[in-house]
Design a protein around this ligand. Structure first.
Ligand SMILES: [Zn+2]
Length: 259
């Protein structure tokens, strides 16, 4: 199996470069394990992107925006690996989450070995995120960028995965026995004048009819059309949406359970 570990898809997220440094020191050069920083320009400037969100423009365009050109050049690189790991951080309060865009037996087998508490199946970005371009694409989103716990958790999760693939990696991290899975098929777009209620907590169900955002000026409220689990709510880097709408995937949870 050829593995690619990528960081810096979003330039405000340093965690990927730190994780890569760790594995570079630990494993060194290995024919089957390589590293990339997807958007070094955005990373050095400390901005999420230069012209467009790189994680929404795959497989890119040769004459498109700055990030569309990066995606276009990365596309054949990503295609040349069996597994592509993409490392992110989040300031939304989300913790210990693995992101996938397709469910295959190989993907399930790899994720089962990790320390993740949550798995997010992102139907909504299917087709244009970096991991969706890979044969087996796995995103890590374990917490805030400067959190030591997020860094050590991500390193632990990737170590467990590499170990299960036969790489010479030791770790004190343990695979989680069971994982909570959410399928994400839609987002809740922001509306002028409305802010998300601070009572909304990621992974905690919002019931049908329950308000999730309000307009302080008019007293207006936005209410849930159906029961849902808020995912990546109040992520300050998402300027156009309140967050994602998640539904529990019990069947996939069963498949991921370790006996
Ligand atoms: Zn990110």
């Amino acid at each position: 199996m050829k593995i690619l570990i990528n960081g810096g898809t979003h330039g405000t997220e340093q965690i990927g470069a730190n994780v890569i440094n760790h594995f570079r020191k630990l494993i060194g050069d290995n024919d089957n394990l390589h590293y990339t920083i997807a958007n070094p320009e955005a990373l050095s400037r400390g901005v999420r992107f230069i012209e467009s969100d790189l994680n929404r423009v795959f497989p890119g365009k040769p004459d498109g925006s700055f990030e569309e050109r990066i995606a276009y050049n990365l596309h054949p690189v990503i295609k040349s690996y069996d597994v592509v790991i993409d490392i992110h951080s989040t300031e939304s309060g989300l913790r210990s989450a693995i992101i996938i865009t397709k469910v295959t037996e190989e993907t399930i087998a790899l994720i089962r070995e990790t320390n993740a508490k949550y798995v997010l199946l992102m139907d909504i970005t299917k087709g244009n995120s970096l991991i969706s371009d890979a044969r087996i694409g796995i995103g890590f989103e374990y917490g805030p960028d400067t959190s030591h716990k997020a860094l050590s958790g991500t390193i632990g999760g990737i170590s467990l995965m590499l170990k299960s693939l036969g790489f010479p990696v030791e770790t004190t991290s343990k695979p989680t026995k069971s994982k909570v899975v959410f399928r994400i098929g839609e987002s809740l777009p922001k509306r002028d004048g409305f802010t998300a209620l601070n009572t909304i907590t990621n992974y905690t169900m919002v019931q049908k009819g329950q308000p999730y955002a309000h307009n302080a000026q008019t007293g207006g409220q936005l209410t849930a059309r159906n029961d849902f689990y808020p995912i990546l709510f109040n992520e300050p880097r998402h300027t156009d949406i309140f967050g994602f709408v998640g539904q529990r995937e019990h069947a996939l949870e069963e498949k991921l359970r370790r006996s």
